[in-house]
Design a protein around this ligand. Structure first.
Ligand SMILES: [Zn+2]
Length: 648
């Protein structure tokens, strides 16, 4: 298996350098100096650019795009540095974004519905660009530098409906008509599916080409098969990778990692050494603790930590930047035992159905509001300290019996087999919680499951939940359920006046077989994500606690992320402290201080008495006892990350 070496890595470095025609490429790059600055980091591999989005190359290419200002072959220099360090070397390659090629070959560019070009640098995988430029360039790079892997960028997130001649002809040959011009057209879904298929064909073509030239060379594509592309990861993808927001990444890292850690492929998430908003603020280096928070969440959730470093214009490295990366490495390696290969051991599944995603989003790799219900559910569950995974339908079916509860957050279109399996799961004692328009495609089954007579969609434009002495507005459309066997858990009022009674139901619970099915009549998770109002999370917690018997009770602020993973002879309970001491207004995303949490107490249900509890790293102390199948423990202090290794 070519990916074995990758799986043994923990922290790796990406050196990012998008060059232009005037960049003094490689001018300051010395392999000895680079190697000596990287050495203290002990990365598993380093990665350097071959071609960035502007299309100019970081090495002399025979295919066009060598910057006239290139001083030295920087790709060769970084490769040489990797050899001096004795570490693997992977290559960044901008795939479907290439401004140089777009200028040289307008016929390769994506076209909009009017026939105009899309963007300045976005290319179509069906245009001939791949065969004429990408594959020959990959061959050139493999022959000259023999890398251990390729990391493609500018890929799934650049895909847009393309009306170039090739795409139109290909679509017509399948469907017999011109591509549709707007989303109202009945063929629009087929048009989106055509572009998804074109993209996957492009990935496959590149991956198979690389693997044929060097069967040991890995292939991945930035963001492919992450939350924005929930298709089943295909065999040619060796690992999954994504560069998360360069501002403050722990929440997004957790959102992605909880999905990726269930997908059967090794993965990493990339955090930028310098913080900035895409294309706006100046990228100043983060404080090490800022990076530690990000790395902790990634590694605790089973990912590898990929750190994005910008070399200077002349490809030399900034010593202070590399000292920060070395601190990150210390942080990671002192916890290495806690991050050894393991699998999530969680009890709640949050379903992310690809079918629903492509049906309700823009039909492509949409990272917009279509994911808000999942983002809100993720954030609420994280803050409520639930032990949970995000899973696609296939994983859900495979692991269903290991979960106590399944949450459907606006999952309207899911496969018939999954619906049947969920009914069986609930009948057999499981807990099913669904919001708003979940299962709308199977409304009869939904009514049966949730014990409802009738469900009137969008009956109320917004509603208030009377909760702990006040009324909390959920500013979303509400559906009106008519209860049959179900009982009300929370009422809903259509008036903000606290003196007025409620007229309908916000959440209901039905005993179905030996399990329970809860219906929440609005997109409450989407509302939580949009509003970020903590009392909405309290309501969510109230509903969940009503039906889910949690295995973990944690006395800690909502800013503690908890992850439970298992190995053959032990469990690893990770605590990540995501709090920050600061004002949150404006572009305030630098972390300069993290308040430690004192006296973190937890109770974990365990069938077997542990032999030993060990803190990784041993920077605090833990007291514990085991009584009636419950492990009760108190961690003296949580700084940024601690793992409790529970040995049996
Ligand atoms: Zn096209």
């Amino acid at each position: 298996m070519r990916v074995e070496w990758y799986k043994k890595t923990l922290l790796n470095i990406h050196f990012d350098h998008h060059v232009g025609p005037n960049t003094p490429v490689g001018g300051g790059a010395d392999p000895d100096e680079i190697a000596s600055l990287i050495a203290p980091v002990k990365p598993g591999f380093i990665q350097y650019h071959s071609k960035g989005h502007p299309g100019w190359t970081n090495y002399p290419t025979s295919l066009g795009g060598t910057p006239p200002s290139l001083v030295k072959d920087a790709l060769a220099t970084y490769k040489k540095a990797s050899e001096k360090l004795g570490v693997k070397f992977t290559v960044y390659y901008s795939g479907l974004k290439d401004e140089y090629a777009a200028r040289e070959h307008p016929e390769w560019r994506r076209r909009n519905v009017e026939g105009g070009f899309i963007g300045e640098d976005v290319l179509c995988p069906n245009s001939g660009y791949v065969e004429s430029r990408v594959l020959p360039q990959l061959k050139e790079i493999i022959e000259k530098y023999n890398p251990d892997g390729f990391w493609f960028d500018g890929d799934c997130w650049s895909v847009a409906p393309c009306y170039c001649d090739s795409c139109r002809k290909m679509f017509m040959s399948i469907h017999g008509v011109e591509p549709p011009k707007n989303p109202q057209d009945p063929l629009w879904k087929a048009w989106m599916a055509f572009h998804r298929k074109s993209f996957i064909n492009y990935l496959r073509k590149c991956a198979e080409f690389i693997h044929k030239l060097n069967p040991n060379c890995l292939f991945t594509s930035n963001w492919s098969f992450t939350m924005r592309m929930p298709d089943e990861p295909l065999e040619f993808i060796d690992w999954v990778s994504a560069d998360i927001s360069p501002t403050h990444g722990p929440l997004q890292a957790s959102f992605e990692a909880r999905f990726l850690s269930t997908r059967g492929k090794p993965f990493d998430l990339m955090t930028a050494l310098q913080a900035f908003t895409w294309g706006n603020t100046t990228p100043y280096p983060k404080y090490p603790i800022h990076l530690f928070q990000e790395g902790a969440v990634i590694m605790a959730n089973g990912g590898k930590w990929f750190i994005w470093v910008n070399p200077l214009e002349d490809d030399s490295l900034q010593p202070s930047h590399m000292r920060t990366v070395a601190k990150c490495a210390d942080f990671a390696y002192t916890r290495a035992e806690a991050f050894e290969e393991s699998e999530p051991y969680h009890e709640v599944a949050l379903l992310h159905s690809a079918l629903n995603f492509y049906e309700t989003g823009n039909g492509l790799y949409d990272y917009g509001r279509v994911l808000d219900p999942l983002r809100g559910a993720h954030k609420a569950l994280q803050e409520l300290h639930y032990l949970f995974d995000i899973v696609d339908e296939k994983t859900l079916l495979a692991r269903l019996n290991s979960y106590k509860a399944v949450i459907l957050t606006e999952q309207s279109f899911i496969d018939e087999t999954t619906v049947e399996a969920l009914m069986e799961f609930t009948r057999g004692g499981g807990v099913l919680i669904a919001t708003g328009k979940s299962l709308v495609n199977n409304v009869d089954k939904a009514l049966e499951l949730f014990g409802l007579k009738h469900l009137e969609f969008n009956a109320i434009s917004r509603g208030w939940i009377p909760f702990r002495g006040e009324k909390i507005l959920i500013n979303k459309p509400w559906h009106r359920p008519l209860l049959n066997e179900a009982v009300q858990i929370l009422p809903l009022s259509t008036s903000e006046k606290e003196a007025l009674d409620s007229e309908t139901t916000a959440a209901s619970m039905n005993k179905y077989g030996s399990g329970r099915a809860v219906y929440i009549a609005s997109d409450i998770f989407g509302a939580y994500w949009f509003e970020q109002y903590p009392k909405i999370r309290e309501i969510i917690g109230f509903i969940l606690d009503h039906v889910v018997a949690k295995s973990l009770e944690l006395e800690a602020p909502p800013t503690v992320e908890v992850v439970l993973r298992r190995k053959s002879d032990s469990l690893l309970l990770h605590f990540c402290n995501l709090s920050v001491y600061k004002d949150l207004s404006g572009n305030s995303f630098y972390v300069e201080d993290i308040p430690p949490i004192k006296g973190l107490k937890f109770k974990l249900k365990l069938k077997k008495k542990p032999v030993e509890l060990r803190l990784i790293p041993p920077e605090s102390s833990i007291k514990w006892r085991y009584v009636s199948n419950i492990l009760e423990a108190e961690l003296e202090e949580l700084k940024i990350h601690s793992a409790v290794k529970i040995c049996f």
